[in-house]
Design a protein around this ligand. Sequence first.
Ligand code: NDP
Ligand code: 8X3
Length: 250
Amino acid sequence: MVTGATSGIGRATAIQLADAGYNLIITGRRADRLEELKKLLNVTYKSDVVALNFDVRNNVEVKEAIDSLKGEWRNIDVLVNNAGLAVGLDPLNEGIIDDWERMIDTNVKGLLYVSRAVTPLMCERNHGHIVNICSTAGKEVYANGNVYCATKHAVDAISKGMRIDMLKYGIKVTNICPGAVETEFSLVRFKDDKERADRTYAGYKPLTGDDIATLIRFAVTLPENICINDLVVTPKAQANATNIFRVENK
Ligand code: NDP
Ligand code: 8X3
């Protein structure tokens, strides 16, 4: 099951996991994109797919979606908690409360709602692997990143807590912390200002959604006894959250 499969890292992960032989539960708010991806996974990768159209911020929708799963679809082997976003990049004193609430409700509460609905199914079977998509912003804080960084620090803490709670059920928890990945992330953060979004990735080669998907595929297909706990990954040109080496005309 991959949340936020309509774009970027989530979409690429669904494709990589289908290629690895998984059947997929894909989720997101944009139903047309879910249908398009479902067709691709069916036709090209011969993967069986259930598309669940819900907003992770709405716990009633989350519970209904998971409850709607029947038979073998309840045997979720891998949950990729990927749905998330940044909205705005403002100093705290100028922050827009609605932006903050969207980030907190999606990145923290949404991830928790989905995890609360899916983990009992995994615990019943003493089997499963949860991959939480955190960020370098979950390890460090940068100027104007205040609330986004706080939500990803929360994901980092939730991953650590989950790993302890899931231990006795044999369920693995992997926290993945990417640096700059060129997806729709910056377009969403800068509210459709494409020029500003493009500037985020100017002058160096960022990671792609498929790069992160490759790592997720690697982590979930390792031998059963091996668990990658925490993985920080950046493009070669990025040393940490704030140092990116840019050259003109990348
Ligand atoms: P995209 O904007 O390309 O994809 C975000 C995905 O999240 C979309 O599928 C979107 O689906 C889904 N999503 C957002 N809000 C909700 C919601 N309320 N309910 C359900 N689904 C939702 O960005 P990325 O692929 O880059 O982001 C994926 C994850 O990776 C996020 O958690 C992000 O914080 C993290 N990340 C991204 C980095 C980057 O540089 N790009 C670096 C580090 C971490 P829809 O709109 O259809 O609901
Ligand atoms: C996304 C990477 O640097 O914009 O999590 O926080 S960053």
